[in-house]
Design a protein around this ligand. Sequence first.
Ligand SMILES: [Zn+2]
Length: 579
Amino acid sequence: MLRRPLAVLLLVAWSTAAAQTHRPAPPPAVARDFSLVRAEYSGANALDVVAFMDHYFRVPGNTGFNASLDRVRDILERAGYQPESTAAPGARLTYRIETRPLRGPTWEPVDASLSIVGQDSALLRFATNRNMLAIDSYSTPAGGVIAPLVFAGSGSPAELDSAHVAGKVVLVAGPVRRVFADAVTARGAVGVLGYSMPGYTQPDVHTHSIQFTQIPLDSVHRSWAMPLSKAAYDALRAALDRGPVQVHVETATKIYPSVERTLIAEVLGNVSPDQRFVFSAHVQEPGANDNASGVGTQAEMARTLAALLRRGAIDPGRTITMIWGNEIEQTRNFLADDSVRRRDIHWGVSLDMTGENTAKTGGTFLIEKMPDPSAVWTRGDDHHTAWGGSPVPLSMLHPHYFNDFILDRCLDQAAATGWVVNTNPYEGGSDHTPYIEYHKPGLLFWHFTDVYYHTDGDRLSMVSADEMKNVGVSALVSALTLTSADGPTTRALVSQIEGDGRSRLDREYALSAAAVKAGGPAAHEVEILSAWKAWYVGAIRAMTDIELGGTSPETGRAIDAGAADIGAYADSLIAKLTP
Ligand SMILES: [Zn+2]
């Protein structure tokens, strides 16, 4: 018997994985797109972009950020995209680079080292810890500075006061981002060293790993801060336990005026070019997976679309837009800058951390869903990630089919390749959030838990070309399906979403029945099931924006029937709960 409960448990934990193997065949148009895109998309091309960007610590406006954008622009040009300003009439492949002022100067690291005076080798060197300098740190004078080291606990104002930090280097058990202004700007410390590696980075295993961070720009004191690895922090604490310590710190950085560039490429629709499916990939941050992989995945998507369009294999009716630039801002600007354009932006996806080689990084591919009832009541096989999420209010829910539609396409890809696909409830923190702000369907393609997340261990060797291909193919087929859907395809999708709704309602009913059996209030479970009912009735009703050229009467009838059927099915389950 034990075996069985274990089998059931496995089924629940990886319900998504189990669903992978017993998948209904995708609608014919979708299957066709899969075979076209799988044949054209090259994971190696996406990895080339990652290899190029891995050389740079990218911050909006700096050398690495701009070189990465130029690299993608060159790929677009070679693939046949024309600059929008000079494009021939009727051109279907265009791009432009938008320029905006930055709020302050840009920044880039050059070199750094941290040593205990009297010890031969440095504790930290930039060459082996690229994240050892907090963004917006200034350079020390040539040769560096030598100063007494003082420990100030967690760096609270009271602890800083009692440590008398003026003229000293402050060591804290906490994030330098939080302590810097109090220690340097307010109390005249020379600089700050701090340790605050989150548990999911396994600092006891990866003792030399450092997560990048940022401090407030202080052009008066022109100081610096260093997030520490576990090994460096332990060595400094041990040295202080032995007696007074002097540290020698050298930093070299560039801080200079610049502008924010955003690269936008479009495959213009031939029927409803104003209606859009939008992808975004942010360029900044030092990581290979976060987010050179998203940039590379999307660049290869753009090349693949151009190749298929130019040989007449695809002909999207709506526009597919791809944005590369400053995280979240790029997407918020695209939505905010033009209210007419915004009205017809139907779908948005953020490609952020798409390349994890999960055998090395841990974790799985995840679809972070737009807010649905699982983000209000997170239970069963829905789990928040170690990144962190909290319940959302019901008022944040805007029923839509996008979560299930996208999951279905990823599961189609998984069924063909053995790829592991999971989902997590809405958490935020990437380019999908502006869509949620505008009550539009938007979601995130990412991976978690990545043990190298935001650390200087997130380098090229942690990136998988196959993983980026799985993500890129699923993303592209999703966009091609929704930008070219005819009546039969739309109706096939309606019945698929209805099927997804039934299996979700079945799972929720099983959880609710168990909760009531365990003595829980039935009214609470009815509220949850009613929310899922409203979700799927609304999700199917929202499918009126799929059929190209507008919903035909036949499709309209299918949508009405599907919404009515799923509503009735939910009611039958609710009735069973409250006999
Ligand atoms: Zn990211």
